[in-house]
Design a binder for this molecule. Structure first.
Ligand code: HMG
Ligand code: MG
Length: 307
C-alpha cells in the first residue's frame, strides 16, 4: 500500500444519507414505519452519523412529508448523531421540536441549481442561513453545510472551484462545523477532485471538509481515494447506493455505503461499522423501497470479506 498511498488513515467517519438523500427521490410513497426500520438497521450496523430526513417543504419533497413523525419515532439514540436537512427557519423550528442535536443547511455553487432546489438565489440563501445558523447554535445544535454541484452542473458546465471555496468560507464563518462538498450529478473525476481539494485545503482545514459523491458515472470511489490521500476523513454515503436530487436531472444514487466500507476495510481503514450487518441493512433498504438497488457490494455480496 505504502508505494501507492502515503496518507491512508487508520480510521474515517462515514456520514449516512440513505434515509434522506436516499428516499427523497423515490417514486413510490414509503410509509413512516418502513423508514424507521431502515434507520434501526443502519444504527444496528454501527453507523453513528445518520441524516434521518429533511424538514423541507412537503410540497417540494412529498416523500419526506412525514419528517416530524419519523423523527419522533426515531427518538434519541445513545451514541448516535442524528441530523436532518433544514432550508430555513421553519425547518429549524421543526428540528427543535424533534429535539435533534444537529441540522444540515444546503446551498449550491451553481446559481441555477440553487434556484431550482430552494427557489432562492445563492445570496438569498446565505441571508437565510445568516439568521438561522447562529439561532441553531444558540439552541445548542451543531450545523453541517452542503455546497452542492461543486464538480459541475449540466447547464453551466464546470463550476469555478474559487466559488466553492468562497461559499465554504462563508458557511464556516457562520459557524458550520463541516462543509460537505457535493458532486450532485456525479460528474467528478480524480484529477479534478485533486484540483478542487487542493484549492479548498489552502484555506479550510481537512477536518472541516467532507465528500458527498454521487456515483452516477462510477467515479465516486476513485474520488474518495483522492480525498483520503489529501487528508479528508469524512465521507457521505447511502445504503445500497440509494439517492438523487429531484431538482438535479440525471442525479442518480450516492456512493453506496457498503462499497465504501468494503474498500476502506480492505485497506485497513476502520469505520466502526460491521460489514455483515451493513449488508443486512442494504437488504432492509431494498425491501423498504421495493426495487433493486445499484450498490456493487450489495449486489455481489461480501464473500471476499469472509474468504
Ligand atoms: P418556497 O416555495 O419558495 O417557500 O420554497 P415559501 O416560503 O414560499 O413556502 C412555500 C410553502 O412551503 C408554504 O406552504 C410554506 O409554509 C411551506 P403553504 O403555505 O403553501 O402551504 N414551507 C415549509 N413547510 C415545512 N417545512 C419548511 C417549510 N418552508 C416552507 N421548512 C423551500 C422554498 C426552501 C421551502 C423549498 O424550495 C424546499 O423545501 N426545497 C427543498 C428542496 C430539497 O429538499 N431538495 C433536495 C435536497 S438537496 C440535495 O439533495 C443535495 C445534497 O444531497 C448535496 C448534493 O448532493 O450535492 C444535500
Ligand atoms: Mg446528494
Amino acid at each position: 500500500m505504502a508505494e501507492l498511498f502515503d496518507h491512508i488513515p487508520d480510521r474515517v467517519s462515514i456520514y449516512e444519507v440513505g434515509p434522506r438523500d436516499g428516499l427523497q427521490n423515490e417514486a413510490v410513497t414509503i410509509g413512516t414505519v418502513r423508514k424507521l426500520r431502515l434507520i434501526d438497521a443502519l444504527c444496528a450496523a454501527g453507523l453513528s452519523r445518520i441524516e434521518i430526513t429533511s424538514f423541507v417543504s412537503p410540497h417540494w419533497i412529498p416523500q419526506l412529508a412525514d419528517a416530524d413523525r419519523l423523527a419522533d419515532l426515531v427518538g434519541q439514540r445513545e451514541g448516535k448523531q442524528l441530523s436532518a436537512l433544514c432550508p430555513n427557519g421553519r425547518g429549524l423550528a421543526r428540528a427543535r421540536v424533534a429535539d435533534l442535536r444537529e441540522i444540515a443547511v444546503f446551498l449550491s455553487a451553481s446559481e441555477t441549481h440553487n434556484r431550482r432546489n430552494i427557489n432562492k438565489s445563492v445570496d438569498q440563501a446565505l441571508g437565510v442561513f445568516r439568521e438561522m445558523v447562529p439561532q441553531a447554535l444558540r439552541y445548542g445544535m451543531r450545523v453541517r453545510a452542503y455546497v452542492s454541484t461543486a464538480w459541475g452542473w449540466p447547464y453551466e458546465g464546470d463550476v469555478d472551484p474559487r466559488r466553492v471555496l468562497e461559499l465554504s468560507r462563508s458557511l464556516i464563518e457562520l459557524g458550520c462545523y463541516e462543509i460537505s462538498l457535493g458532486d450532485t450529478i456525479g460528474v467528478g473525476t480524480p484529477l479534478q477532485t485533486k484540483r478542487i481539494l487542493k484549492l479548498l485545503l489552502s484555506e479550510v482545514p481537512a477536518e472541516q471538509l467532507a465528500l458527498h459523491m454521487h456515483d452516477t458515472r462510477g467515479q465516486a470511489l476513485a474520488n474518495v481515494l483522492v480525498g483520503l490521500e489529501l487528508g479528508i476523513r469524512t465521507f457521505d454515503a447511502a445504503i445500497g447506493g440509494l439517492g438523487g436530487c429531484p431538482y438535479a436531472p440525471g442525479a442518480s444514487g450516492n456512493l453506496a455505503t457498503e462499497d465504501l466500507v468494503y474498500m476502506l476495510h480492505h485497506m485497513g481503514v476502520q469505520t466502526g461499522i460491521d460489514p455483515e450487518k451493513l449488508f443486512e441493512a442494504g437488504r432492509v433498504a431494498e425491501a423498504v423501497v421495493r426495487r433493486e438497488l445499484p450498490g456493487r457490494v450489495h449486489r455481489a455480496g461480501l464473500r471476499a470479506l469472509r474468504g
